[in-house]
Design a protein around this ligand. Sequence first.
Ligand code: PLP
Length: 460
Amino acid sequence: YISFKYTNKHSIQNKLWTDTIMTHVFHRHPKQSLPTAVAGEGITLIDQNGKRYIDASGGAAVSCLGHSHPEVIAAIHQQIDAVAYAHTSFFTNEPAEQLAQFLAQRAPGDLDYVYFVSGGSEAIEAALKLARQYFVEKQQPSRRLFIARRQSYHGNTLGALAIGGNAWRRAPFLPLLTEAHHVSPCYPYRDQGADESDHAYATRLADELEQKILQLGPENVAAFVAETVVGATAGVLVPVPGYLQAIRRVCDQYGVLLILDEVMCGMGRTGHLFACAEDEVTPDILTIAKGLGAGYQPIGAMLASRRIYQTLVDGSGFFQHGHTYMGHATACAAALAVQQVIERDQLLHNVRVRGQQLRQGLHQTLSAHPNVGDIRGRGLMVGIELVADKQSKTPLDHHAKTHTQLRRVAMDKGLLMYPMGGTVDGVHGDHILLAPPFICTAQDIDHIVELVSATIFEVL
Ligand code: PLP
């Protein structure tokens, strides 16, 4: 593999770093030196020194099948040998057709049409544009506004950022973002009253959405966008029972489309292939990515309802959107193999069982820690919310520093977990995301619990 030239000349300017790699990669954090990933084996990643890391966050909830799965690799080889890529203006391809059929047959309701892109942000952009075009074609051109939720993340492209609810991520780019509006997330740990039932809480949040729609004028609102289970930004928020159904009713009442973003929580992460199936809610448009291709190839998708698809077919006959790599044959072949293995090996059952074990284990070892405010999740999507004070639930200060320390100490111990920040009333909050591969054994989960706890006790 690539050999780097090492230099310490930058350490003079930045005393924190002794070894800075000479690199021409535009790294996101140029001041951090990272190990080089050279191999993957099941739930483990291996760096250039042979050090092994348990991938307990699957990157950021991506590697759901672990690394180097031979059947996925074989499917990729086979597709590249046949044809790696053919532009979708000229051809369709077999893996895209088969994968779309696979997903449509298993998706809730009439989400029958699948639009393949290269990742989560692209899927969201496609969803926003489809919602807008749908209303243009339905002769309702005033419907142009999107409502989303605070403490949400839908991606880093400009459309996705516009609807996203992470104030910190949005701040520098605000002048570039189109108009979007935000309502409260479903955040029981911080927002549900002690005496408030799930039903009352869900109703209160649905009322807030209704008020927002009425304030903006229903004739101006195109869609409400929400993560079925929130991932980044708020450290895994599972909706209370009845919340999504109440939201769905409000959207229906005002002719507003419901877009559910399952880029992180979809594709089995919660123990169901589509997270919203557990809530018995069908959106009009649904986005997926991450676990779809499990990191073997970059791929995401948008699923659209029959009604929306048919409106375009009967109208302009054309979706005014597209990317060069959409429906990429090799990416679709990889994703199809991933999904077939997950289904054949009944891994979603394992997700549910191991998820419970993970949450229980974390509760046992971490509940008493003064900075662990909440441990929550669904399936193998688990969040730990860190607070400065348990009573007041004040977020931890200096979140970036804490993130870096948590990540470093965990990596020293041979663990990959994903610390992330959100914004709670304008103050950054800290969370740790755990999203281990679906193939984890009971022993793996015990080991992960042990390492996560040891890391938190060492840093905080
Ligand atoms: N939507 C959600 C819910 C996500 O969690 C993410 C990524 O973390 C995205 C969208 C953006 O996906 P990507 O990073 O693949 O563009």
